[in-house]
Structure formats: structure tokens, C-alpha cells
Design a protein around this ligand. Structure first.
Ligand code: SF4
Length: 253
């Protein structure tokens, strides 16, 4: 049997190596909690949570939302318009709008085209105008012109999701719901009160740990805390009234 001899491997012609692309420096995500530190966070005790919300209550006993409205319908419309927009921007548009359309029937009478004119300074205004007209029609056809009082019914309205339902149930009907916006999501995670990967995780986590006596206002305390103190880029830990209890490893006090 002929012996198979292997040829020495041919050397490939030397190809000049491409210069490795310099990796672009990525901006540090300051608002997101570090994964390791989240796991290592010591759970809050009931006494600490009681203390935190007692401080919020003492500082601001009757916190108010900043979306201007006249009744449950205009609140619902304002919340639908506020998706990916600031409350100040929505208020600027709705101040004039609600003078002429503060009920579902008046909104339908106004019509989609004229509604667009009122809200054209708000992002996604075309889609939002279509939704507001459609939800007004549905309120009239299915709910006697009133804003319904259950989550499922509110979520069935065009443009209304879980957050909208939570805001309306809380602000219009006094229910103990927790609407999680970007501020509440950040504060829930940073403080360690209710760490979670999704708004729903944080919502359920907060509902679980916050005592019932604070739930009516908890949503607004946390929003205002995130909006004015626990800012996304530069949290103002030095003036934060819960800085001794906050679990964020990067807090600056
Ligand atoms: S101490 Fe800093 S990070 Fe913690 S809640 Fe207060 S502002 Fe936010």
C-alpha cells in the first residue's frame, strides 16, 4: 500500500492585516442600574418603606399630576396625547382644545382635521388625533359617553394602554393603581424599591411593597421625585429626602 505523505502546508501569501477599527466609546448609561449591583441590593424592610413614603407625604401631602384636565374625559385624552411627549407640551395644546371639546360628543363634532390643528405641536399628532376621535366615538357607542371604570374597558379604547388605564383609574376614580412612566421606572430601579426589567415588573413590584395608606398618591410622589430630584443624568442626591435609605450604589452622597 502506497504510503500517503502529507505535503507541508502551503504558506498563504501574506495579506496585510486590516487596521482594527477603533471601538467607539459608548456613553455610560447612567440611569440604568448596573446588573450586578441590582442583584446585590439589600431588600427594603417594611419599616424603611413606611419611612420613605411618610417623608414623601410630609413634604407634599396632596401631590398633583401635571397634566391639565377638566373631567375624566379630558384626563383620558390628555394621557393619550402624552405618549412620548412632555406634560408641558400637551398642556399647551389642550388648554385651547378643551375650551371647545371637553366631551366625547364635542370632540366628534370638532372632527379629526380640526383636532389635528389643535394638537399639531405634539409628536405623533396624526395618529393621536385619529385615536382621540375613535375613542370618543367608542365612548358614545359603548359607554353612554362616560369614561368606563374598569381597566379592561379603558384598555379597549383606541390609543389607551395599561399606563393610560392606571392614570385614569387613579386620578379620576381614586383607585390604588401605579402607572409606571419613565420616571417611576427609573426611581423604582435605582432606589431598589421595585427593581424590574419592564414597566409591568416595576408596577407589580411597587404595588406589592407600598402600604395601602400611601397607594393613592404613591404614583405622583414617585413621578415628581424622578422628574425633579432623581433626574436621569444627574440625580440630585445631595438634596434627596430619601438619600440615606436609597440603595443605588452610584448615589452621590
Ligand atoms: S439618593 Fe440619588 S439615586 Fe437615590 S433616590 Fe435620591 S436622587 Fe435618586
Amino acid at each position: 500500500m502506497a504510503k500517503i505523505t502529507r505535503k507541508p502546508a502551503q504558506r498563504k501569501a501574506a495579506v496585510p492585516k486590516k487596521k482594527a477599527k477603533a471601538a467607539k466609546p459608548r456613553p455610560a448609561k447612567k440611569s440604568a442600574p448596573a446588573k450586578k449591583s441590582l442583584k446585590a441590593i439589600k431588600p427594603w424592610t417594611p419599616a424603611e418603606i413606611q419611612e420613605v413614603f411618610s417623608r414623601f407625604r410630609k413634604a407634599n401631602p396632596e401631590p398633583k399630576g401635571e397634566l391639565e384636565h377638566l373631567n375624566p374625559f379630558t384626563l383620558l385624552v390628555a394621557v393619550v396625547l402624552s405618549a412620548q411627549a412632555t406634560d408641558a407640551g400637551v398642556n399647551k395644546a389642550t388648554r385651547e382644545l378643551f375650551k371647545v371639546a371637553d366631551t366625547p360628543q364635542k370632540m366628534l363634532d370638532l372632527g379629526e382635521e380640526r383636532l389635528r390643528d389643535y394638537i399639531k405641536t405634539i409628536g405623533l399628532y396624526r395618529t393621536k388625533a385619529r385615536n382621540v376621535i375613535a375613542l370618543s366615538a367608542k365612548l358614545l357607542s359603548d359607554f353612554g359617553g362616560e369614561v368606563p371604570r374598569t381597566r379592561a374597558e379603558i384598555e379597549s379604547l383606541p390609543g389607551a394602554g395599561r399606563k393610560t388605564a392606571n392614570v385614569v383609574l387613579n386620578m379620576a376614580f381614586g383607585e390604588h393603581t401605579m402607572a409606571v412612566d419613565t420616571h417611576v421606572f427609573r426611581v423604582g430601579n435605582r432606589t431598589g424599591l421595585a427593581p424590574g426589567k419592564t414597566p409591568l415588573d416595576v408596577e407589580l413590584g411597587l404595588e406589592k411593597v407600598i402600604p395601602a395608606e400611601f397607594m393613592l398618591h404613591a404614583h405622583h410622589w414617585l413621578i415628581l421625585h424622578g422628574r425633579y430630584t432623581c433626574l436621569a443624568r444627574k440625580p440630585r442626591c445631595d438634596v434627596c429626602l430619601i438619600n440615606d435609605l436609597c440603595r443605588w450604589p452610584e448615589k452621590t452622597v
